[in-house]
Design a protein around this ligand. Structure first.
Ligand SMILES: [Zn+2]
Length: 333
C-alpha cells in the first residue's frame, strides 16, 4: 500500500461522505493546498474509519473557501479510506491507524513516516487530528506535551484538556516532536454540534497568525492526566445490563466519563469464574489492576477514587481499543 500525495483536491471529493471517499481515493491520501501564509496547518481525519466528524468538518471548511484563497496553507491527510467505506475503526487484518506513527518496518508505519517527513520539510505550523468516541464524553483536546503552545492550542478547542504519553504511537505524539499538536475528541460520530465545534476550531486555527506562547492559567482549563488503560481480556465475554457472559457491566457505565468517582463505585458483576482480575495498564506498562479494581462477592468495583474517560458500551471498540482510560486531575501553573 502506498501513500498518495496530491496538490489539488480530486474532482468530486467534497461531495462525498466518509463512506463514499473510496470512490475517488485509492487509499490514504495527503493533499497539500496552498494558502496566503506558507507554513501549513496539518489536519488528519479518518485515522479511525468510523469517526466521521473530522471529515464532515473539513469538507465544510473547504467548501467555505471554494472561491477564495485559504488564509494559510492546509495539508490534509485522509487516513483509513477502506475502513471508512465499511464504517469501522479498522478492517480485520489492518493495524489501528492511530497506533502506527512511531518508526517501524510495516508498510503502514513507513507511509506515516513519509507523511511526517513531508510535513517537517514544509515547516508545519500546527497539527490537528480529529476523532470521535463512542460513549458519552464531553468534547476535549488531548496533548502529549505540557508546553504553553500545546495548552494554548487545546484551550482554543475546549476547557477540558487531557495530557497523555501512552499510547506513544499516536499521530499527535509524533508531530509533537516538531510542532504544536493536538488530538481532538468531538463526541459521537454524526452529532451536529460536534461537526460545528470542529469546523469552528479549524476555521480559527487556519486564521491564526501565530499560536500564543504565554502560559495558560489553572482557571482557563481543566487539565487531566491519563494514568492507565483498562483492558478486558479477549477470552472474557462481555454484556451490558444483562446477566449473560462472563462480565456483566452496568448499563449506564458511560455516564461515569469525566466524573470524579469514589472508591466502591460499581462497574458490574462477574457472572462466571473466568474473570478474577481486570487488566489496568499503567503508563510504564505495569498491570496495576489490583490497585484500581476489586472483585468481591461477584461485584466489580473501583478501589480508589478515579476519573474514567472513553468508557464505551460498544463491545467492538472495547475489543479493538480498551474499556476506558483512567485519569487524575493535574495541577499546573
Ligand atoms: Zn479515534
Amino acid at each position: 500500500m502506498n501513500l498518495t500525495t496530491l496538490e489539488v483536491l480530486p474532482e468530486g471529493l467534497l461531495n462525498r461522505s466518509a463512506q463514499q471517499l473510496h470512490e475517488v481515493l485509492d487509499g490514504p491520501t495527503l493533499i497539500h493546498l496552498r494558502g496566503s501564509t506558507t507554513a501549513p496547518l496539518f489536519v488528519s481525519v479518518l485515522l479511525h474509519g468510523n469517526e466521521t466528524t473530522g471529515w464532515e468538518a473539513l469538507r465544510q471548511l473547504l467548501l467555505s473557501y471554494h472561491h477564495q484563497e485559504l488564509p494559510r496553507s492546509l495539508s490534509l491527510f485522509i487516513g483509513n479510506v477502506a475502513a471508512a467505506a465499511e464504517d469501522v475503526r479498522h478492517l480485520p487484518g489492518q493495524p489501528d491507524y492511530n497506533r502506527i506513527w512511531s518508526t517501524g518496518d510495516t508498510a503502514e508505519q513507513q507511509m506515516m513516516q513519509s507523511v511526517i517527513e513531508q510535513m517537517r520539510e514544509r515547516g508545519v505550523f500546527a497539527s490537528i487530528d480529529l476523532h470521535n468516541n463512542t460513549g458519552r464524553n464531553p468534547h476535549y483536546g488531548c496533548i502529549n506535551r505540557l508546553e504553553p503552545a500545546f495548552l494554548q492550542l487545546a484551550k482554543l478547542f475546549s476547557h477540558t484538556v487531557v495530557f497523555f504519553t501512552q499510547p506513544a504511537e499516536v499521530q499527535s505524539m509524533a508531530f509533537s516532536n516538531f510542532c504544536p499538536a493536538i488530538t481532538v475528541e468531538c463526541g459521537r460520530p454524526g452529532e451536529v454540534n460536534g461537526i460545528t465545534h470542529a469546523l469552528n476550531f479549524l476555521q480559527h486555527c487556519l486564521k491564526l497568525s501565530e499560536i500564543p506562547t504565554q502560559p495558560v492559567t489553572a482557571e482557563e482549563i481543566a487539565l487531566f492526566h491519563t494514568v492507565a488503560t483498562v483492558k478486558v481480556p479477549d477470552t472474557i465475554e462481555i454484556s451490558f445490563g444483562t446477566a449473560t457472559g462472563d462480565l456483566c457491566l452496568i448499563n449506564e457505565l458511560d455516564q461515569l466519563n469525566f466524573q470524579e468517582i469514589p472508591a466502591g463505585t460499581p462497574f458490574g458483576r462477574v457472572c462466571s469464574d473466568h474473570l478474577n482480575h481486570l487488566e489496568v495498564w499503567s503508563e510504564s506498562g505495569q498491570d496495576v489492576g489490583d490497585n484500581f479494581f476489586t472483585i468481591q462477592g461477584g461485584r466489580l468495583q473501583t478501589s480508589k477514587p478515579v476519573m474514567p474517560s472513553m468508557l464505551t458500551k460498544d463491545i467492538e471498540i472495547i475489543r479493538q481499543d480498551c474499556l476506558c482510560y483512567l485519569m487524575e486531575r493535574l495541577e499546573h501553573t
